[in-house]
Design a protein around this ligand. Sequence first.
Ligand code: DAH
Length: 338
Amino acid sequence: MTDPLEQLRDDALREIDSASDEQALEAARVKYLGKSGSISAWGERMRTLGKDEKPIVGKLLNEVRNAVTAALESRAASFRSRKESEALVRIDVSLPGSPHEIGALHPLTQMWQRSIEIFRRMGFALADGPDIEDEWHCFDALNTPPEHPARTEQDTFYLPDGRLLRTHTSTVQIRTMESTPPPIRVISPGAAYRNEEIDATHAAQFHQIEGLYVDENVSVADLKGALEFFMRELFGSGTEVRFRPHFFPFTEPSLEVYVRSKALKGGEQWIEVAGSGVVHPAVFEQVNKARGDKAYDPEKWSGYAFGLGMDRLAMILFDIPDLRLFTQNDLRFLRQFA
Ligand code: DAH
């Protein structure tokens, strides 16, 4: 009774062993272990067997089923590993690898981050405003009347609807005071735009950090102290700072800020890096009008403001000869700051 079962096992194992690919192996599986396969058929037949035979045949049938299942699995595993080693053979390990470039921050971004970090230590918070502005925030609120040359179409980029690309970040002074009562101590880094003839020191887009400090009894002395501290942190303790009288409509007095340092390229030369001054009372009055209150009472509050030229500062710090390099995306230039 058990002979045919043993015969069946031997046939199955031989067939599995000689299966040449996965398809042949699957065919063998179906033939023996499939629903109507021959080993399954033996399971059916068990029911017809007598008491004596059942345990003997049953035990052998289990052994046969296990042996065939194990053989199928090991043959399938050998097909899988053959496939994997074939795939590996096709990899040429002698080929050079493809290098991954490591990114780095743009020199202007580095300059911004260094500057912001210094101002934060001095207690300045960050403020923001839009690049596309209206004339009121860019000029009128900053005490710059319609006949002022900064407002001509040659100097500024106007949009068809009358708005414009802001010509300085001083707009953020107004926006901050509109939304926040004094005291205020903010900086605002951002882009500004002018209709310039482009050359090594002029660009249509440039970058500034605006500063505004409003409190009681703020004076020129506070302004000088703050900017001197900032410049020395940035360029080193040997840096000299000079303030020269100037005119800006939104400050009185107004001062231009120059730096000089032996440690920097240019050595003995004074370089202009910022405009600054004490906030003009007319600016506070404009803000009050927009706010509809007297929060910025010029009798009570005073302030200083400044606009730092970021591109200029970066050119000094990194010894960059031409402003256009910042926007040309030439990797030979950018890699030097990585
Ligand atoms: N907005 C001026 C410019 O772009 C720079 C400036 C001057 C900003 C004086 C100020 C300031 O805040 O008080 O030329």
